[in-house]
Design a protein around this ligand. Structure first.
Ligand code: ADP
Ligand code: MG
Length: 710
């Protein structure tokens, strides 16, 4: 494709809903079909969501051509945002009634056999049962064969045909009927799974109450514009993201953040679509349209995550690719070898080979992994933990070392000003006024502490101009025309603004475990402001729980000074502290930890710590509701500012890995048992069909438990 002009290609992406994509086999068929579809660049199939994400060159391929290609495989495709033109339920109903007719014929046949009725009539009934049940399977098998796939329909048809040729009409009928029932059961189970998972994320009301000149009126939320004023009455769901302009209430944000406690909201606060208003009415100015709300983003990200293949899934699929051919080869050997080599009876061994055919479909095996992962991802999203794909779920289970950013992650991120140490007789108020002038331009937690103190003590901030901030160090600007610098010790050493008296003050502040903020004007250090941030209440528990999950080392990374960091670290039981780091140093430390411990998770706020988060094997951002950048960059995003979500994520990841293993064991043991039983001649065809379906259903049910895992 290198010869094609990359500029004039029209890259496009579309998402289709696919009806009839229920198993891995359909995905394999799609893969095969798409390989010779010119212009198709990439695709990801999500069997659970019945969705297909396609990347293509719109100059060479249209969405309707893609839909046609899918249609040619016996499935139906339509663009996600377009409703299908009336789903036709008739084929499904016809299929159902044919299956039941076939069942009735079998029952009649069996009854006749048992009561000693004429065998010829019983046989006619069995033949009728096959005739009723087989056409649909045959039709599907035809599609599969046309796309050169050996799917379950082909295998079942082969088994039934074989049984009929052996004169075992009752068996042939049983295979056809039970397979029909099995198919229905499996489709229903998957559909229930889809509903359970989809329901978790479908949370916004369809209308909003918009305040206008002519009074309040209900408007579809698609018609609401940014800047519109909406009213959220007590007990109602917030329809769109916005900012509160009047009223106060407590809002249950659990649907977005998973927080158990309602959050107080008053003028100026952000509210999110999908959350539930408490006792007070709120006037909200809409800040985001429906497609951009935090909830919409979450849903989008979860869907994207669910469409990705986790490593375990890829492994199982690779296994499935050799499993089916291997079983077919075995079946052939079983049919041919004993009669040819040892002169055994042909019908006996052909029958045994047919049983092997039935169990050579890897569906239970292949469906189990994606169902586990999709269920886990959906359950986590509901608890405010957004995991960007099965990969991270699997990787989190391997993490041995967790690195935490200090400020705002292990601490509350709302430091308070506790002391002002003037040097050379400067007035404390003047120091605060100068600092506040610079900090009005900053969003750092320390800046907020200083501004809060200034306003509480009614110190009018001076006017700051041309402020530049130095990440991890401090900031600088002009106050009333004079250059003012503020920040940590490292910054002041670099600028050669330290003196024995400065060091003396720093020592005293450091000894108290406080964070010093030095302030200088015109190249003279005027004083030190001491701020203190408190450890989060849940920090200790979260760290203890992480250790119980098998995490060996907890490391704190911070730009703050070593002593203040140590005070917090000791309180929380952190093993190792790395202080006075610049943002890029944090990245280097994460790299070093990976060398020492293998998989490392980094927990930070996702904005300042983005490089370190990206370097870690699993980057976890905390408190990201409302911050799109953090939501996008993290591998795992905790919507709420709640440390205890962290051990939950680790627990879930281990549970998911265990769940997948259990499911694989169930299906593999079942298959192995049937291989043995088939060769020994104790398994019948109908037992094999039942066991195969049973395994699928058990495995799906087991996987779905992950939705409610906590
Ligand atoms: P952390 O690694 O703990 O999240 P940062 O990297 O954000 O901290 O900042 C490291 C240090 O840099 C702070 O402890 C503080 O001393 C100094 N600093 C950074 N920005 C500012 C600011 N705006 N005002 C005062 N000090 C600052
Ligand atoms: Mg920070």
């Amino acid at each position: 494709m290198t010869s094609a002009c990359t500029v004039c290609r029209l890259h496009a992406e579309s998402t289709f809903r696919i009806e009839g994509m229920d198993c891995h086999e359909e995905v394999v068929a799609l893969e095969r079909r798409f390989r010779n579809l010119p212009g198709l660049e990439d695709f990801a199939a999500d069997v659970m969501g019945q969705r297909l994400h396609v990347k293509y060159d719109a100059a060479r391929l249209t969405t309707s051509a893609i839909a046609d290609a899918v249609g040619g495989l016996g499935m139906r495709a339509w663009l996600e945002h377009e409703e299908p033109i009336g789903i036709d339920r008739r084929p499904e109903r016809l299929r159902q009634s044919l299956v039941w007719a076939s069942g009735a014929a079998i029952a009649a046949g069996l009854a006749l056999e048992w009561t000693g009725g004429p065998p010829s009539i019983a046989r006619v009934l069995f033949v009728a049962a096959v005739a009723a049940g087989a056409p649909i399977t045959a039709w599907r098998a035809l599609h599969a064969v046309r796309s050169r796939a050996l799917d379950i329909n082909v295998l079942m048809l082969a088994a039934a045909t074989g049984a009929a040729l052996l004169g075992q009409w009752a068996e042939a009928a049983a295979v056809v009927f039970l397979f029909g029932v099995a198919h229905t059961l499996e489709t229903r189970t998957l559909e229930r799974a889809r509903l359970a998972i989809g329901a978790l994320l479908d949370l916004t009301p369809a209308e909003a109450l918009v305040r206008g000149a002519g009074g309040d009126r209900r408007v579809g939320i698609d018609q609401v514009a940014i800047g519109d004023l909406i009213v959220v009455r007590p007990g109602e769901k917030v329809p769109l993201d916005g900012r509160v302009v009047a009223g106060s209430s407590s809002v249950n944000q659990a649907p977005i953040t998973g927080e158990s406690m309602p959050v107080d909201k008053a003028a100026g606060d952000e509210v999110f679509a999908g959350t539930v208003n408490g006792h007070g009415a709120l006037d909200v100015e809409v800040t985001r349209r429906r497609r951009d709300t935090t909830l919409a983003r979450i849903i989008h990200l979860v869907e994207r995550a669910q469409a990705q293949r986790a490593p375990a899934q890829a492994l199982v699929e690779r296994f499935a690719r050799v499993y089916t051919p291997a079983m077919l080869a075995l079946a052939l050997a079983v049919a041919l070898a004993p009669p040819l080599v040892a002169g055994a009876a042909w019908p006996t061994w052909i029958y045994r080979a047919l049983v092997l055919l039935v169990i050579s479909c890897p569906c239970a095996l292949v469906i189990s992994t994606p169902v586990s992962i999709v269920a886990a991802l959906a359950g986590a999203a509901r608890k405010g933990v957004l995991i960007k794909g099965g990969v991270y779920l699997e990787r989190t289970g391997e993490v041995r070392c967790v690195a935490f950013d200090k400020t705002g992650t292990l601490t509350r991120g709302t430091p308070e000003l506790v002391d002002i140490v003037p040097l050379d007789g400067a007035a404390p108020e003047a120091i605060v006024a100068m600092a506040a002038a610079i900090e009005t331009r900053s969003t750092h937690p320390i800046a907020r502490a200083i501004l809060k103190h200034a306003s509480a003590a009614s110190i009018p901030p001076a006017r700051g101009e041309r402020v530049t901030s130095f990440g991890g160090l401090g900031a600088e600007g002009l106050v009333d025309g004079a250059p003012v610098l503020l920040g940590n010790h490292r910054l002041f050493e670099e600028r050669k603004l330290c003196s024995p008296r400065v060091h003396d003050a720093l020592d005293r502040i450091g000894a108290r475990g406080l964070t010093p903020v030095l302030v200088a004007r015109d190249g003279v250090t005027l004083g030190v402001i001491a701020v203190a941030d408190r450890a989060r209440a849940s920090g200790r528990d979260a760290i203890d729980l992480l250790r119980r999950q098998g995490v060996e080392a907890i490391v704190m990374l911070t730009g703050d000074n070593a002593r203040a960091a140590k005070t917090i670290a000791d309180e929380l039981g952190v093993d190792e502290v790395r202080a006075e780091l610049l943002p890029q140093d944090k990245q280097a430390v994460v790299q070093e930890l990976r060398g020492r411990f293998g998989a490392v998770a980094m927990v930070g706020d996702g904005v300042n710590d983005a490089p370190a988060l990206a370097t870690a094997d699993v980057g976890i951002a905390m408190g990201v509701a409302g911050s799109d950048a953090a939501l996008e960059t993290a591998d795992i995003a905790l919507m709420a500012d709640e440390l205890l979500k962290l051990p939950y994520a680790f627990r879930l990841s281990r549970k998911t890995v265990r769940n997948i293993k259990a499911n694989l064991t169930i299906s593999l043991v079942m298959k192995a048992a049937f291989v043995a039983a088939a060769i020994m001649g104790v398994a019948t065809l109908w037992m094999a069909v039942l066991a195969d379906t049973g395994a699928s259903v058990v495995v799906i049910a087991n996987a779905l438990r992950l939705i409610r895992a906590d």
